[in-house]
Structures are given as structure tokens and as C-alpha cells.
Design a protein around this ligand. Structure first.
Ligand SMILES: Cc1cc2nc3c(=O)[nH]c(=O)nc-3n(C[C@H](O)[C@H](O)[C@H](O)COP(=O)(O)O)c2cc1C
Length: 272
């Protein structure tokens, strides 16, 4: 069973390709997933988690799913014999995200087995100095991805029983994961700075794309510009995973994160 979380489609693309190659079922980590036990077919022994790297760590939302999800196999909820693996997608590097994941998995009494990373186009744009990749880099990453995913599928089939970590860690991994990640989670993941500009055409694509269902389209109040009917506008709730799908999916580039996304680019994986 492949469980994936994705904002702009990179992790979804990787999950779907892996699922097809390994002949496994795949499921999105939606908030409803933890409401009841997830049935795992008797023949399956592997759970493969697929998600993006956030600030050289595991997205807090994915950590919460790991903490709360329940599996059920052959009428049994213990499922300790299942093997857990992780495939991360990252724009550049993962730091110690694999270790963070292994720790979360072990808190449930499970064992973390294989961990891989796939380098994909970057989608983080909310701080000074961070932007999407140039078109050339984006294309180079997208064309290298299939071979990397094929390599990962082969490793799943060939290295049975071997615990393995094969990721791009980058420099200063310890500082990035142990110092910057906690700061980032505390100070840079609030949905409060999200807003829409006057370019918004009320299409609702931001709300539809949100994997957390955290955006509602609400009738605009106090508008008196001569329009016949008031328009619906996006409103962000508190349950945001900071995946940035709302920002990147907007056809008018009308979603902003404070002022930090001014003049930044947009990206959505073209294959999903
Ligand atoms: C909040 C946030 C933090 C990120 N932090 C990192 C990072 O630490 N290292 C990195 O290489 N990429 C980072 N990225 C980029 C994503 O990991 C990368 O683009 C990923 O493939 C996006 O996956 P998705 O399309 O499935 O959402 C970050 C993206 C976001 C939204």
C-alpha cells in the first residue's frame, strides 16, 4: 500500500508511478484517512509513505498521520509485521528527514525499512531568496525523475530485507533538521498570511486543490462596486499543511503569502 501526500503533484506523480511498477494500491493521505482503520489486503506486507520534504524534515501533517493512523489486516489491528518505507521528494536536499521519519515510525512500534529521495522541481516560494526553479532546471529534474523512480522500484524488489537509506542529504544536515526545522514549523507555517488579490476570478481552483479541504469559497461581504451578484472568494481555515497548492494552482497568480510571494513563479507537476 502506497500512502501519499502532495501539494503540487510531485509526490503524487512518484507515488502513482511506483504503484504501477510495484503493483501496489495507492491512497492519498486525506484528513479522513485517520477516521477509521485502513484495510490492508492480506497479500500486502509493505506500507510505502511518499511525501515532500518540508524544511529538511517530514511535513507536520504527515507526522500527525503517522501518529494517528490505524491499519487493519485480516481482522487484526496490530500489524507489527508490516514493513514501512519512505520515498521523499525534494527540490534540493533532505537533511535528516529520514531519521525524523524513522523516529516517528518507531514511536508506533513499527520498523522503518528503506528510505529514498527523488529530486523534483522546487515549489517553496514563501521566503526571501526562495523561488521555483528556472524552466531549464525544472525540465531537467522532470526528465531525470522516471529513471530514478525505476531505480527505486528495482531496489524495492532486489534488496529484500536490507535496511537502506539512499537520499540526497545536502550540507549541514544536522543544523537544517535539528535547528531550522523546529523554527520553521513554529514561525513559517501559519496560513494567516494567505490572501487573494484583485486578480481573483472566483474560480475556486485553490479550494478544489487543497488536500486538507482548508479553503472555503465564501460570499464576499461589503462589496459595492455595482456588480449584480456578489462573488465567492477563498477563505483559509486553520488546518493548513503549507503545501502551497492554492498558490501554485491559481490561473491568475492571485494567491499571495504576505508580500513574500510577490514576483515569484508558479509550478504544478505537469504529469498529474
Ligand atoms: C513548506 C515547504 C518546505 C520545503 N522545504 C524543502 C527542503 O527543506 N528541501 C528541499 O529540497 N525542498 C523543500 N521544499 C520543496 C519540496 O519538497 C519539493 O518541491 C517537493 O517535490 C514538492 O512536492 P509536492 O509537489 O508533492 O508537494 C519545500 C516545499 C515546501 C512547500
Amino acid at each position: 500500500m502506497i500512502l501519499w501526500f502532495s501539494g503540487t503533484g510531485n509526490s503524487r506523480y512518484v507515488a502513482e508511478r511506483l504503484a504501477a511498477q510495484l503493483g501496489q494500491a495507492q491512497k492519498e493521505m486525506r484528513p479522513e484517512l485517520i477516521k477509521q482503520a485502513l484495510h490492508i489486503p492480506s497479500a500486502e506486507r509493505d506500507i510505502i509513505w511518499v511525501c515532500p520534504v518540508y524544511s529538511w524534515g517530514i511535513p507536520p501533517y504527515v507526522r500527525s498521520v503517522i501518529k494517528d493512523i490505524r491499519f487493519e489486516r485480516d481482522g487484526n489491528e496490530d500489524c507489527r509485521e508490516m514493513r514501512h518505507h519512505l520515498v521523499l521528494t525534494c527540490g534540493d536536499d533532505c537533511g535528516l528527514a529520514p531519521e525524523m521519519w524513522r523516529k516517528e515510525i518507531s514511536k508506533r512500534g513499527w520498523t522503518g525499512d528503506k528510505v529514498f529521495s527523488v529530486t523534483m522541481p522546487n515549489n517553496y516560494v514563501c521566503m526571501k531568496g526562495f523561488d521555483v526553479d528556472s524552466k531549464e532546471i525544472e525540465e531537467a529534474k522532470l526528465s531525470a525523475a522516471p529513471a530514478r523512480i525505476d531505480e527505486i522500484s528495482r531496489a524495492f524488489n532486489d534488496s529484500e530485507g536490507k535496511v537502506l537509506t539512499d537520499v540526497v542529504r545536502g550540507r549541514f544536515a544536522w543544523i537544517k533538521t535539528r535547528i531550522i526545522y523546529p523554527w520553521f514549523v513554529r514561525h513559517a507555517m501559519s496560513p494567516k498570511p494567505f490572501r487573494f488579490t484583485k486578480e481573483c476570478i472566483s474560480c475556486g481552483k485553490c479550494a478544489a486543490a487543497c488536500p486538507m479541504r482548508n479553503i472555503s469559497m465564501e460570499i464576499e461581504k461589503n462589496v459595492d462596486d455595482g456588480r449584480q451578484r456578489p462573488r465567492k472568494r477563498p477563505r483559509w481555515g486553520d488546518n493548513c499543511a503549507m503545501c502551497l497548492s492554492c498558490y501554485h494552482v491559481c490561473p491568475r497568480h492571485a494567491v499571495m503569502y504576505g508580500k513574500s510571494t510577490l514576483n515569484k513563479g508558479q509550478y504544478m507537476n505537469p504529469k498529474v
